[in-house]
Structures are given as structure tokens and as C-alpha cells.
Design a protein around this ligand. Structure first.
Ligand code: NAP
Length: 248
């Protein structure tokens, strides 16, 4: 079965690398125009260029998603240029791990601002155009640790759990306007973020995953693209774990 996208316009944050890049490519393959956002112009520019070379439609924009004023300005410019944005994927994220007693307030705040406050900023500014058009898809990329907690990641887990509450609240606020809001919770996925793990830690993690391997960015992109499709219109307020069976 193939899914329907009707030439929609999407904005994907963190589209320069890893999971976000794969989501941008998957949506573009389905005829969606993708606005690729990342922190550095180089990385979102490379993703958008690759989509254009492949015959897809894309634009790159460097925006610090943690900066509310920058997101407001970017959103206004994009809505003026495109008229509407139908699909929003809040994927940009960072980690700044440490045990609580050693965690600085700066590391706490940076992770909350980048992973969680960014969802507030983008959804507030882009969501209105969706509710006005009576159609929209919002997908927030959280994490299984937002469900389970993880020692050494209190800031990251708090942000990811916060995203889940946010997703469900927005689902309730926007449902009557035809806009769905869902979360995808990846387990351990092979990207720059997990490349930082020592090999023995990665092996230990694989051994406790029922499917016995780390996931690929494409595993997350497939689920996300489905949630952005026409066919997913009766699904809202849900969290989908894509984790090789870690959380059951
Ligand atoms: P990644 O490879 O480190 O890529 C992160 C992307 O986010 C980059 O494109 C980066 O921009 C962008 N970004 C970071 N801070 C930003 C900011 N302040 N403003 C704008 N863009 C910013 O990460 P990933 O592994 O693909 O993870 C993507 C999402 O999935 C994250 O939310 C992460 O928490 C979540 N996740 C990942 C895993 C995993 O195992 N990898 C598991 C669960 C959840 P630049 O390219 O410009 O640096």
C-alpha cells in the first residue's frame, strides 16, 4: 500500500543529519516540499541540495530552534513565502548528559530549550496556519527514555517526557480543526548522537534490544512519514515507540 501526501509542504527541524535528514528525504520522495531546518546552514543546505538533485522540492533554513524570537521570525517569513505549512516535524535535539549532582544549570536549560521549548515555539507559530486550513500533521520526535527515564539524562528525559505531554495536549486543542499531533519515540538509532557512545556500551545496548541491533534513521522516518500522510488522519495524541522491542 502506498500513502497519500497531496503535494503538501512540510517543515522538519534537525534535518541536517541523522533522523531528521532521513525524515526530510522520505517526505520529499513522496512529493512533499520540505523546508529543512538545522542549526548550521551547511547541514540543512546539504540535505536540501541532495533532495533537489534527486528531483524533489526543498528549501534550507538555518534557525536556532531554542531561540523563540528566531523561530517567530523564520515562521513569519516562511508563511509569507509558502502561504501555508501543512506538516511540522519537531525533531531537532541535543544531549548534555551528566549525573544530577554534576549537571550544571546551563546544561539543564540548553537541553530543555532545544528539545522542548522548540516544540512550543514552532507549533505556536506554524500550527495556526494548519488550524485555519483545517488540515495539519504535527509529529514530535521524543525518545523511549522519555517513557522510562535514564540515569545521567535527567535533563534530556524531562524534555522528552515534556514533549509527550505537549503532544497530547495539542492533540486535544487542535483535533476539532483537523490537525493531528503524535509523537514517535525512537530507541537507540545509529546517528552522530549515538556514535558518541563507546563501542562496549553500544554492544551492551544491542544485547538488551529484542531485535538485537540498533535502529536505522530510516526506521524512524517510515513511521513519521506514515503519521504525516492522509491515511493517518484518524490517529492523534499517540506515542509510537520504534525501538526494536525495548519498551513492551
Ligand atoms: P543528530 O544526528 O545529533 O542531529 C541533530 C540535528 O538537530 C542536527 O541537524 C542539528 O543541526 C539539529 N539541531 C540541534 N540543535 C539545534 C538547534 N538549537 N537549532 C536547530 N537545529 C538544531 O541527532 P539524531 O540522533 O538524528 O536525533 C534526532 C532526534 O531524535 C533528537 O530529538 C533526538 O533526541 C531524538 N532521538 C534520537 C535517538 C538516537 O538514538 N539517535 C534516540 C531517541 C531519540 P546541525 O546539523 O546544524 O548541527
Amino acid at each position: 500500500m502506498s500513502f497519500t501526501f497531496n503535494n503538501r509542504i512540510a517543515l522538519v527541524t534537525g534535518a541536517g543529519r541523522g533522523i531528521g535528514k532521513s525524515i526530510a528525504e522520505q517526505l520529499a520522495k513522496n512529493g512533499v516540499t520540505v523546508i529543512c531546518v538545522s542549526k548550521s546552514a551547511g547541514s540543512c543546505g546539504a540535505t536540501a541540495a541532495a533532495i533537489l538533485v534527486g528531483g524533489g522540492k526543498a528549501k534550507a533554513l538555518a534557525v536556532d530552534v531554542a531561540d523563540g524570537a528566531a523561530v517567530a521570525k523564520a515562521s513569519a517569513g516562511l508563511l509569507a513565502e509558502f502561504g501555508q505549512i501543512d506538516i511540522l516535524v519537531n525533531n531537532a535535539g541535543i544531549t548534555k548528559d551528566g549525573l544530577l549532582f554534576r549537571m550544571s544549570e546551563a546544561d539543564w536549560s540548553a537541553v530543555i530549550a532545544t528539545n522542548l521549548n522548540s516544540c512550543f515555539h514552532w507549533t505556536k507559530h506554524i500550527g495556526r496556519s494548519m488550524t485555519q486550513k483545517r488540515w495539519g500533521r504535527i509529529v514530535n520526535i521524543t525518545s523511549v527514555v522519555g517513557l522510562m527515564g535514564n540515569a545521567g539524562q535527567a535533563n534530556y528525559c524531562a524534555a522528552k517526557a515534556g514533549m509527550i505531554g505537549f503532544t497530547k495536549s495539542i492533540a486535544k486543542e487542535f483535533a476539532a480543526r483537523g490537525v493531528t499531533s503524535n509523537a514517535v519515540a525512537p530507541g537507540f538509532i545509529k546517528t552522530d548522537m549515538t556514535d558518541a557512545l563507546p563501542a562496549e556500551v553500544a554492544e551492551k545496548i544491542s544485547s538488551v534490544i529484542p531485535l538485537k541491533r540498533l535502529g536505522e534513521a530510516a526506521d524512524i522516518a517510515h513511521m513519521t512519514a506514515f503519521l504525516c500522510s492522509e491515511e493517518a488522519g484518524y490517529i492523534t495524541g499517540q506515542v509510537f515507540t520504534v525501538d526494536g522491542g525495548m519498551v513492551m
